[in-house]
Ligand binder design. Structure first.
Ligand code: MTE
Ligand code: MO
Length: 196
């Protein structure tokens, strides 16, 4: 893992790097399959399942409060990147515009291209989570999930859904793409919840 692209953390940041992780020098791209090209004006987010059906457009997203985030990013393939800077809409602000049914306990994030990943609402509805459209001050590029991806920094990065297109609220936990293929249902990096 060492060499040009990865390094062991310096002592001053060591306590921010979860067990078994190395620091990436750049920002690697991790995508299963093709990178979909979604135009800003064609992007929509559909709300389905145990919530009042609704579709957010790019304009709807822009009309919600915009926030800045600085977060560490941990991929289960053992690279981490510290202090990534994003701009987007807090999930707590988004949820204020969604009418959830009380029976909802989990959410499946669906993406253009077929990827999906599940979260409990406790893990989804947090102050540090967002729908991000800007990375280090630039529009989020397609490789990193642009125009819009989710960001769930307290869990492994496979939970941060690129090209997010639908939130399906559910009455129980269900596995998404990687979770069906052996990854942990939750994926907490400090507990090394890599596989189930
Ligand atoms: N739609 C979609 N979202 C995805 C993935 C993917 O393949 N498709 N890969 C996940 C994984 S495993 C990681 S580590 C992060 C990587 O994000 P990055 O490519 O911006 O570094 O995106 C996650 N979200
Ligand atoms: Mo990953």
């Amino acid at each position: 893992m060492m060499g040009k692209y990865f390094k062991s953390p310096d002592p001053d940041v060591k306590d921010r790097v979860p067990p078994g992780q190395y620091l990436a020098t750049g920002f690697p791209v991790l995508t299963y399959g093709e990178t979909p090209q979604v135009e800003q004006n064609a992007w929509t987010l559909t709300i389905s399942g145990l919530a009042e059906p609704k579709t957010f457009t790019w304009q709807d997203l822009m009309a919600l409060p915009q926030s800045d985030f600085t977060a560490d990013f941990h991929c289960v393939t053992r690279w981490s990147k510290l202090d990534v800077k994003w701009t987007g809409v807090k999930i707590t602000d988004l949820m204020g515009a969604i009418n959830l049914e009380p029976k909802a306990t989990h959410v499946m994030q669906h993406c253009t291209g077929g990827y999906s990943t599940n979260l409990s609402l406790d893990d989804f509805v947090r102050d540090e989570n967002c729908l991000a459209h800007t990375l280090f001050g630039e529009p989020l590029d397609a490789e990193h999930g642009g125009p819009v991806r989710s960001l769930v920094p307290h869990l492994y990065a496979w939970k941060s859904a690129k090209w997010i297109s639908e939130l399906e609220f559910m009455p129980a936990d269900q596995p998404g793409f990687w979770e069906r293929n052996g990854y942990h249902y939750r994926g907490e990096p400090w507990a090394e919840e890599r596989f189930s």
